[in-house]
Design a protein around this ligand. Sequence first.
Ligand code: HEM
Length: 675
Amino acid sequence: MAKAVEVGRSYRLNLPEELIIMLLNEQTGYFHQVPGWELNCAVVGAVLAELSIRSRIDTDVDSLILVDSTETDNPVLDSILKQIADESQPRTAQYWIERLAVQAESIIDSTLERLVNLKILKHYDGDFWTLIPTKWYVDLDGNTEERNVGQLIKTRIREVIFTDSIPGPRDAIVVSLVNTCDVFRFIYELDERAENRIRFVCKVDLIGRSIATAVEHNIASPLLRRSRLAKEIPSVAMGRLLFNPHLRKGNLPALLADLTRHYGPVFAIRVPFKQPMIFVSGPRINRWVHRHGRLHLRARDYFVDFEKVYGASGVLPSLDGGDHFRLRRIMSPAYSRARLEGQLDQIFHYARRSMADWKAGDALPARRTCRRMINAQISPLALSVDSQDLIDELVKYKERALNVHIAKVLPKFMLSTPGMRRRAHTIDALLERVQSVHTPAQRSGCPRDLADDWLGLHASDPQLMPESNLRFALSAALVASVYLGDALSFAVYAMAAQPAICERIRSEADALFGDEDPGRDDFTPESMDVTSRFLTECLRMYPIVPLSMRDVMNSCVVEGYELPVGSRIFIAQTAAHYMDDVFPEPFSFDIDRYLPPRNEHRSPGYAPYGLGTHRCLGSRWMDLQLAINVLMIAHYFRVELSPANYALRFSPLPSMKPSSNLKFRIAEQRRELPG
Ligand code: HEM
């Protein structure tokens, strides 16, 4: 068993772990793309080989035999060992590889989890991974070097491939496994000699040979089976769409859930003279998009016309692959919860300043009030400028551009009307305002903001972040604040509509804001239990971004339907929010669905922040800022709906928001706002 000696601790890596580490591509933050069958065979082969090295099983040409059924220290190995022990007749290694291949995904999940717990791998939102460098003893004199485990394993395997040394059994198996996945050419520069050597080493071990045979015998059939068995994508009947009650209310996720119930997880809406709109939805689809979407779907195409409106190209939401990962990694501290936690006093200050205008008896338009309240906080925090005078124009422009170029519900000339041309200049006004306060002398001693990060990246890497992308990047932060503002409107609506829950939020608010303002350590899961579950339920019932768009770059079969290359896909990730097999009684507002053992949010069906590589980078920041605003409103005011029997309606395009006639009435000011 390979022993990696790390300064301060030591641990043993097993073969599935070594394989997963070898497959990680550090440039893209993801794994080298290995066709499913090969990967599954390799992963299961790694488990069998580990059991063989630990003398639990033995293999010869005809059979794989159980030698010792004593449990190991690893549940993944034990589960496979038990299945072998329970088998009544002897089987070959190839039989076991083929039979167990379906379990490969859960083996990979457990292996990744263990590597994260061991602090060997770091996991990022969006399902990206990197290896964590640590100090290692590199010789017997106690000299140390900063390396990650991947470098150590790759150095060991390099020795095997590029020298004539006799490989140990473990290294021979790693070579077979990686060769099965066909990724050596991405890791080393191979010449003919090295390729011959790999072929030779692969023959040394019987399990390695069985994996290769299993792959060869099966590789063709799944690929060929694919399109022959694919089902035809059903088309939605216009009557079913137009007469759906949720369409009238504007509740897009509930409408899509109804269509999914009727047509299945993949269906098409065909509008005459337009490309069919293929929708995919449901928890299994969500899981597929999250885990495998990056191999088949691309973000660039649907976004290209929209970013062009801003003069931009290759901005964060439209990048794919390695560049996307690099940009996301560089920018993630700027969107983190920690960044917000460092400036809580500012949030409290600006929130109170907005609420200072609220008087008992006032009926306030929910959407406008909440959007301005949030923008008043995000604008100084993210960009160090006030933009209350610009935000309405910026948002109108962006919503028009989204409706023209993304939702495609308006013709192109609607973006060139005199009003829209005037609004386009607002973006330049914002850019000038931000740049004028971001000179080195003015920023000296100030807490870092998002604009510092974008401008700094532009200065240090103008290819990744060209000047032409600054208009988009800087205005996007304010436009994202509108999403947060709309989420706050829904939350205030839900508090006003459910006074009993509101009372429980108020108790948490009074405890947190009672004597003095809370600090960053005070916002714990316990101190905000009801508030957090309440907001989780708000984002389920009222998701701001109900669907995402992508284009198919590699055709694939999902849930038995083939998604053809080049087609545009609408991922209805929040349709599952209204499916009763994921969220029982989906139309009832129930914050207890997030308590154990129900934990309904831990399903792939819960996706208010999107799925996969582009999952919202600001989600943790967002959760905290939303909670603070809800708590502060509950602490200072009692709000009611106006009128009291108001029935919620949505305005779903280009993002979900309450309709503009939602108002809340200040029923009582509970305490004075500090000056
Ligand atoms: C209720 C509020 C919000 C919701 C529901 C939300 C939701 C989302 C969703 C669904 C996506 C993925 C879109 C896709 O896959 O095409 C996304 C991406 C993103 N969000 Fe949010 N968001 C919110 C607020 C914010 C805020 C306040 C910020 C920043 C301050 C932010 C920053 C981002 C960024 C940077 C991305 C792009 C990530 C990437 O492409 O890699 N979001 N958001």
